[in-house]
Design a protein around this ligand. Structure first.
Ligand SMILES: C[S@@+](CC[C@H](N)C(=O)[O-])C[C@H]1O[C@@H](n2cnc3c(N)ncnc32)[C@H](O)[C@@H]1O
Length: 285
């Protein structure tokens, strides 16, 4: 494991969007510092929301010749406020938008074949519960450059209030490669962002992440997405791994009958957070 300390400052206009930001300043510096250090040019982001992380990445690569950011989000509407479009924060920056392509309305497998291979760096920040980021990683992996970088946000998410939202932490452990963590974190236990420089054989080692799909899912993907993913995985992974995905889907169907959208999960987690806060206050007097 390596530790990194990146200094510097964020673009000043980022302040205007602080109400929409989902990362702390030190996490943003870690992501932008890593992009600069590795000179990443072909960058994919999975999980856009308002677009504050897209803006950060675009500002980081603005002077890098040939650099481009592909941002992917399942939802075309901003998941916290459906009156806004996903990525709306970037709209005001016509100069930065030249290096940006936004893809919305489906899982990343719908877009990755067109985005193409040799991805230098992929930033994943989606559901934080199973099967979320396990599936995101398995979709992008076949298109990653050898020894490319995966950055995972919310690897400490389970340490806040709900231990079951541990997918990012498990994924961070399960991916083979050189782990990179920030030297500084404002979180209580462990840093909430981390990166992995993929092992040259990461694709052959994908079993470890497929196997983690057998852990209880907190939400169910819809049938259409299941079939799309299955045929996508069949192109890039051996049958025995695709079988694990099928079995995990069938197993989870026993427990999670209802399809849940990210918007539902957001409302659910907010309610849960408020309930836990209430209970804590109640019991602690
Ligand atoms: C935590 S937010 C992203 C925050 C953003 N990276 C930032 O820092 O401003 C999660 C986003 O992931 C999206 N999402 C959820 N599941 C997804 C999936 N399978 N593929 C792509 N996007 C997904 C949601 O619609 C939501 O916009």
């Amino acid at each position: 494991m390596e530790k990194r300390k990146y200094c510097g400052s964020l673009m000043t206009s980022m302040q205007n969007y602080k109400d929409f930001a989902e990362m702390t300043e030190s996490e943003m510096l870690f992501l932008s510092g890593l992009i600069k250090e590795t000179k990443a040019k072909k960058i994919v982001e999975i999980g856009v929301a308002s677009g504050t992380s897209s803006l950060l990445i675009l500002d980081t690569i603005k002077n890098t010749e040939g650099a481009h950011l592909h941002s992917i989000d399942y939802s075309a509407d901003y998941y916290r406020d459906a009156s806004k479009r996903t990525g709306f924060v970037v709209e005001d920056y016509s100069d930065l938008k030249q290096k940006w392509t936004l893809h919305t309305g489906a899982m990343s497998c719908r877009f990755l074949e067109n985005i193409g291979n040799e991805i230098d760096l992929c930033f994943i920040d989606t559901m934080h519960c199973s099967p979320g980021e396990f599936l995101d990683y398995l979709q992008v992996l076949p298109f990653m450059k050898k020894e490319g970088i995966i950055v995972l946000h919310d690897i400490a998410f389970h340490t806040y209030d709900n231990p079951a939202w541990n997918t990012c932490c498990i994924l961070f452990s399960a991916i083979h490669g050189q782990k990179i963590l920030p030297e500084y974190t404002e979180h209580k236990y462990i840093p909430n962002i981390g990166a992995i420089k993929l092992s040259p054989s990461a694709i052959e080692e994908a079993f470890d992440v497929f196997n983690a799909l057998m852990l209880a899912w907190l939400y169910q993907i819809n049938k259409k997405d299941f079939w799309e993913l299955k045929s996508y995985f069949k192109k890039y992974y051996p049958d025995e791994l695709v079988n694990i995905f099928e079995k995990a889907y069938a197993f989870s169907s026993k427990f999670v009958e209802k399809e849940i959208r990210i918007q539902d999960l957001y409302v659910y987690s907010k309610k849960l957070y408020l309930t836990l806060k209430y209970l804590k206050l109640h019991f602690l007097g």
